[in-house]
Write a protein that binds this ligand. Structure first.
Ligand SMILES: [Cu+2]
Length: 161
């Protein structure tokens, strides 16, 4: 590129600045997906014809900042939501929530009767021994792929739908 001498001196520092900014993501703090590990994931087995199920797991945050799962996706179900259970009129009922937080250096457990990833309008039956692929999306847009085995679980679901 040909530039008059007066502009060439300006061009070089600007280029250096642009390159510095372009490399910033590499230098930035580790993202949520690299800080949060998933252990012991599993999905509730359901009888043929049953249209919803739930996924459970332990989320461990090794980072020094709080992180949160803000959405989830799976090819197994048409709708995937983050849910918790709340007591209402003496009954435990499921509620959709916007995020599941994992404290800095701490862990959050998704388990029957508590937090879970709800799989709604299943596209297939889920029997023990099957594997379900899930994608967890964190608050910074980073993602974690989870492969969860399907297991039989005794406790019942109390769902409004
Ligand atoms: Cu639910």
């Amino acid at each position: 590129m040909k530039l008059p001498p007066s502009r060439r001196t300006l061009f070089l520092p600007v280029t250096a600045l642009v390159l510095a900014f372009a490399s910033l993501p590499v230098l930035a703090a580790p993202n949520a997906a690299s800080s949060v590990s998933v252990t012991d994931p599993y999905v509730r087995a359901v009888a043929p014809g049953h249209k919803s199920s739930a996924a459970f797991m332990k989320l461990n945050n090794a980072g020094d900042a709080e992180h949160a799962v803000v959405s989830a996706d799976s090819a197994t179900a048409n709708i995937v939501e983050l849910h918790t259970h709340v007591k209402e009129g003496g009954m435990m009922k499921m509620r959709q929530i916007e995020r599941i937080t994992i404290p800095a250096g701490g862990k959050t457990e998704l388990k029957p009767g508590g937090l879970h990833v709800m799989l709604i309008d299943l596209k297939q039956t889920l029997k023990a021994g099957d594997t379900v692929s899930l994608t967890l999306v964190f608050e910074d847009g980073s993602k974690t792929e989870v492969r969860a085995p399907v297991r039989k679980i005794k406790t019942k679901m109390h769902h409004k739908q």
